[in-house]
Write a protein that binds this ligand. Sequence first.
Ligand code: HEC
Ligand code: HEC
Length: 305
Amino acid sequence: MKRIILAVFAVLLVAKEPIDPIPQNYPYDKDKAKIGKVLFFDPLLSRDETVACVSCHDFNYGGADPRRVSIGVYGKKGNVNSPTVYNAVFNFALFWNGRAKDLYEQLDGPLHSPVEMDMDEKTLLERLNASPYYKELFKEVYHTSTITYGMVKESIVEFEKALTTPNSKFDRYLRGEVNLTSQEYEGYLLFKKLGCITCHNGINLGGNSFQKFGSVIPYEGDFKGDRYEVTKKEIDRGVYRVPTLRNITLTAPYFHNGSVDSLEEAINKVAFHNLGYELSEVEIKKIIAFFETLTGERPRILDED
Ligand code: HEC
Ligand code: HEC
């Protein structure tokens, strides 16, 4: 009997998929998120009032930036491609090199960065507190007539928590609600068999470990914004937080430097540099079919008033 129980247990362990579905109702404060949404779209948050969060995290492009690198205030160029804000709440650390531990800490980045919004706390609060519109908006939720930096951050973070994309075909498959086509399923098997899954796993198929780009065959490219910039350890050159593959068909261009436009080429390069494989066109097509099942629902908050 004991043996049977053990065997059943072992089967369950093996059967557990290495990817978890996105919760269907991830909790967030609706009232605060509404303010956060207004702030996210408002260029008032940047020094020259030309750049909003949405300028570089475009919801028509999966919450990412279709440009190779982002352009901030006064037309200044950044050095890395803007990652998606969708499902960012599930990442274990934020930014390509994981230098922020959570969404709160992350927010200081774009606001203060001289090549993004170049904003300081004092000016930002002066602007918001001088606006009867914002005064009223915050007052309704926070019941105070002075807007603080903490309130601004909290409301943007609540909005970001609303930016999850549940119910992708793959999540519904994980929950046993639909079947994958044979092409999609073979792509998923390949993704596991080749070893992509060792780095791209968990709820975001990534976002939960730091890995070297070129771990098997060296990658000859720039390593801007890598983990080395945080730790100053040689071993961290070319190391990045593994990017999420959720909604990946929407978020071109790819890689930290946005150097690759097509998903085919991105897959080809990672398979070669990180696993040492040269994939056939047929294999790549299957993996892309699997990737297409990772596109989730557009966050509901974006279409609410
Ligand atoms: C000028 C373009 C630009 C603007 C404006 C901008 N961002 Fe970003 N954002 C980026 C880039 C580029 C990165 C990646 C930087 C890095 O990793 O070093 C990033 C990273 C992020 C991340 C981390 C995602 C992850 O998975 O690591 C979040 C969250 C985010 N931004 C939210 C915001 C919010 C909120 C605002 C507005 C307050 C904002 N961004 C404004 C370009 C921008
Ligand atoms: C050793 C860990 C590791 C393995 C194995 C791995 N990846 Fe990645 N993957 C990464 C890292 C790190 C990056 C970010 C590289 C960069 O931007 O410089 C990445 C980037 C990507 C990107 C681009 C994502 C974006 O938003 O720019 C895709 C697509 C991708 N991987 C797919 C795959 C596929 C398919 C496989 C298997 C054939 C695979 N990866 C295997 C670590 C890995």
